[in-house]
Design a protein around this ligand. Structure first.
Ligand SMILES: Cc1cc2nc3c(=O)[nH]c(=O)nc-3n(C[C@H](O)[C@H](O)[C@H](O)COP(=O)(O)OP(=O)(O)OC[C@H]3O[C@@H](n4cnc5c(N)ncnc54)[C@H](O)[C@@H]3O)c2cc1C
Length: 329
């Protein structure tokens, strides 16, 4: 039997967005819970160095994560780790219940979803079988296991390009497999990767299967050139997959507007189509997904949630945001 808790605002996920929202909400004297299934940090824990967060020319991902978490806690947010949220739903009394895997229920008039995304899988034979045995979605976590190995990175965006470059610290050779004939990554990342002598791009090519050796570890990758249909095999002991993320929105019950990929649609105040339910960071439909955009969203979401709560205290049953930045009363 779980426990029922009451909060002003419940935040789902303790990545940069969740911790920033927690910091603002806590500082606004709201009773705030930040529920996190793992450790605080989100994707920062998968990022070695951040060089594009203002004021920090060079900061390790886990260090920035620790700073974010302690800042949120300092201002009163309760960051609860190891808590998996399975359902967020709005009740008839217009409050939300956020239900965890262990059966605890958090009741609150506002919820901010900052649950980020999950890596998209290739969906080829061998991928799940060899996950953790050569197949990886996290360079910083697993790169050191591939010292002096030949490995492959799949993808053509920022993550694939940056991580291919990072992995050359360990690997003797990194094949960068991309289904198109040029990368989608930002120019500076492309420049770094394509000028790295350890990286060899393989263009117009898709992974068809991943095979292991007698020890059950990855040792070759089946490829197909999507222009010529020619098939080939690549000897590699590791394959790092960076082909995108899916937003973590499975916990939201009831219709909430989203785009074709499932990213949550919000208004300028980060409110979703469900009044009182806000979204911030990578889970939200937007042009780019960075730490700066995550904390920017989260700032707006926390302040909008605070105004929403104030309107409820003023007796408004279902506050509606008006364009002047406040709520109609
Ligand atoms: C390899 C890599 C390198 C990057 N490098 C940079 C960079 O150099 N600079 C930069 O600005 N950005 C970078 N980014 C992007 C940046 O890390 C993200 O944009 C940012 O972390 C998004 O923050 P977020 O809080 O929205 O989501 P996330 O960081 O994804 O955090 C979401 C959190 O929610 C939790 N969660 C999800 N579902 C649940 C649930 N059901 N219950 C409880 N908790 C849940 C997750 O465990 C996670 O901790 C990089 C990303 C990657 C993958």
């Amino acid at each position: 039997m779980g426990t029922t808790f009451n909060y002003d605002v419940v935040i789902v996920g303790a990545g940069p967005a969740g911790m920033c929202a927690g910091m603002y909400a806590g500082r606004s004297m709201l009773k705030t819970a930040v529920l996190e299934r793992g450790a605080p940090g989100g994707e920062l824990l998968n990022t070695e160095v951040i060089e594009d967060y203002p004021g920090f020319e060079h900061v390790l991902g886990y260090e920035l994560a620790e700073k974010f978490a302690s800042h949120a806690v300092k201002f009163g947010a309760e960051v609860k780790t190891g808590v998996v949220v399975i359902t967020v739903r709005k009740r008839e009394d217009r409050r939300f219940e956020t239900i965890t895997e262990s059966g605890d229920v958090y009741i609150s008039p506002t919820v901010i979803v900052t649950a980020g995304g999950t890596p998209i899988k290739l969906g080829v034979p061998g991928e799940l079988e060899y996950a953790g045995k050569g197949v990886s979605y996290c360079a910083i976590c697993d790169g050191a296991f591939f010292r002096n190995h030949t490995i492959a990175v799949v993808g053509g965006g920022d993550a694939a390009t940056e991580e291919a470059d990072f992995l050359t610290r360990y690997a003797s050779k990194v094949y960068l497999i991309h289904r198109r004939d040029q990368l989608r990554a930002s120019k500076i990342l492309q420049h770094r990767a394509l000028n790295n002598l350890k990286i060899e791009p393989i263009w117009n090519t898709e992974v068809e299967r991943i095979e292991g050796d007698a020890q059950g570890l990855v040792h070759k990758i089946g490829l197909r050139n999507n222009q010529t249909n020619e098939r080939s095999e690549l000897a590699a002991t590791g394959i790092f997959v960076f082909i995108g993320f899916r937003p973590n929105v499975g916990m939201i019950e009831g219709h909430v507007r989203h785009d074709d990929m499932g990213y949550l649609l919000t208004d300028a105040n980060m409110q979703t189509s469900i009044p009182g339910l806000f979204a911030a960071g990578d889970v939200r439909a937007q042009l780019t997904r960075q730490v700066t955009t995550a904390v920017g969203d989260a700032t707006t979401a926390a302040i909008a949630a605070e105004k929403y709560l104030a309107a409820i205290r003023d007796g408004v049953r279902e506050p509606e945001i008006v364009h002047t930045g406040g709520y109609a009363v």
